[in-house]
Design a protein around this ligand. Structure first.
Ligand code: PMP
Length: 427
């Protein structure tokens, strides 16, 4: 049994010694002490079904034995910086990762986070093209360093940074967007941004395949192919931010962009790729990767042996346990059940997403789409009381985010929906 400090004691220490900017879910925050596959356990040994996976950071399941064993073996052997010497772990993982990407995307640069990966991707696009302008989507989240905070387009996550050369395009959001599901109409906005907001030449375009922090927003069909073509014409590079939508999560494909039939010039990834271990990566073509040889460039811990060994173990688990197929099967089933729930509860305005990256948006008025912010929090608290943890997000904080570990089962999906149904019925 757990003998460490209680939730109240930890909270007290956090208040005194940690940044006041740190936030947490739930009125009475949860003290998680153990994890096993799709479950988390609190200080009293109470089990929770984890349908958020630490914001999609856990891909194969909490403390997956294969991943843990690999990490322990590697850390007992060697853990150091990747620069200056050779080591097999980084090379093996890079090779395996490259094999999962289409076309000429086969040169990998490792980082410690998604922010670092996107910062690097944007810098490479700028260096390669000699242009400065980058187009990102409104409602996107790409990170919290200077450049990525600029590309991020939600006021909740932005400080007063200098947003040099970033343009935020109309979001092709099928639920709230002005053009509904007409991807090509939204794409016209990117053409206009290029024509009227830049010299006509741009460094690039960055977007998620499904917006995660933004509340699980799928991009309207036809949008990405049209935009990629405009960006190419303007001499820019297309960056796919796969931090949440990559690594088998969307089920139908290994990468989120694949569902749109496009091939990016640069792909960034993090979160799930290390199953909870800090690891990020940028994958690009040999030609684009060349730009980094103009100067010396390194990242002290990016691609260190322990993290890259973990990354390779994650890829192996995904293959061995057919987690992509599982995400597809269980995700489709879960989406069907959530859609049925929408027919029962007026408060559900929209059900969306793909695989095990699903969103449920709550509104108090279906016509006006008024965000049901308080109700979202209430249902989330009630679900926690019944042992199910889900995430929330979206600009208005009224969309549930369901991004569980990919080992989630059909029974877990049933339990989640039954619990959500019960919480909504009692409201
Ligand atoms: N891109 C996306 C799509 C994300 O969701 C996030 C994190 N929420 C990031 C980038 C930044 O990743 P990190 O927090 O690891 O810097």
């Amino acid at each position: 049994p757990y003998t460490g400090p209680t939730a109240a004691e930890i909270l007290q220490k956090r208040r005194e010694y940690l940044s006041p900017s740190m936030f947490y879910f739930y009125g009475k925050p949860l003290n998680v002490v153990d994890g096993k596959m799709q479950y988390l356990f609190d200080e009293n040994g109470r089990r929770y079904l984890d349908a958020f996976g630490g914001i999609a950071t856990v891909c194969c399941g909490h403390c997956h034995p294969d991943v843990v064993e690999t990490i322990v073996k590697q850390i007992n052997r060697l853990q150091h910086s990747t620069i200056l010497y050779l080591n097999a772990a980084i090379a093996d993982f890079a090779e395996a990762l490259a094999s999962k990407l289409p076309g000429d995307l086969k040169v990998v640069f490792f980082t410690n986070s998604g922010t670092e990966a996107n910062e690097l991707a944007m810098m490479m696009a700028r260096l390669h093209t000699g242009c400065h302008d980058i187009i990102s989507l409104r409602n996107a989240y790409h990170g919290n360093a200077a450049g990525t905070m600029g590309a991020t387009a939600q006021s909740n996550w932005k400080f007063n940074v200098v947003q040099s050369g970033v343009h935020h395009a109309v979001n092709p959001d099928p639920y709230r967007g002005v053009f509904g599901s007409d991807g090509e109409k939204y794409a016209k906005d990117v053409e206009d941004l290029i024509a009227f907001g830049t010299s006509g030449h741009v460094a690039g375009f960055v977007s998620e395949a499904i917006q995660g922090v933004g509340g699980i927003i799928e991009l309207a069909p036809g949008y990405l192919p049209a935009v990629y073509s405009s960006i190419k014409k303007a001499g820019g590079l297309c960056i796919a931010d796969e931090v949440q939508s990559g690594f088998a999560r969307t089920g139908s494909h290994f990468w989120g962009f694949e569902a749109h039939g496009v091939v990016p010039d640069i792909v960034t990834m993090a979160k799930g790729i290390g199953n909870g271990i800090p690891l990020g990566a940028v994958v690009t073509t040999p030609e684009i990767a060349e730009v980094l040889t103009r100067r010396s460039y390194f990242n002290t811990f990016g691609g260190n042996p322990v993290c890259t060994a973990a990354g390779l173990a994650v890829l192996n688990v995904i293959e061995k346990e057919k987690l992509q197929e599982n995400a597809h099967a269980v995700g489709s089933y879960l989406k069907e059940r959530l859609t049925a729930l929408k027919n029962k509860h007026e408060i559900i305005g929209d059900v969306r997403g793909r695989g095990l990256m699903l969103g449920v948006e709550l509104v108090t008025d279906r016509q006006l789409k008024t965000p049901a912010k308080v109700e979202t929090l209430h249902v989330m608290e009630q679900m926690r009381e019944m042992g199910v943890l889900i995430g929330k997000g979206g600009f208005y904080g009224n969309a549930f985010r369901i991004t569980p570990p990919l080992c989630f089962t059909k029974e877990d999906a049933d339990f989640l929906v039954d619990v959500m149904d019960y919480a909504m019925s009692k409201m």
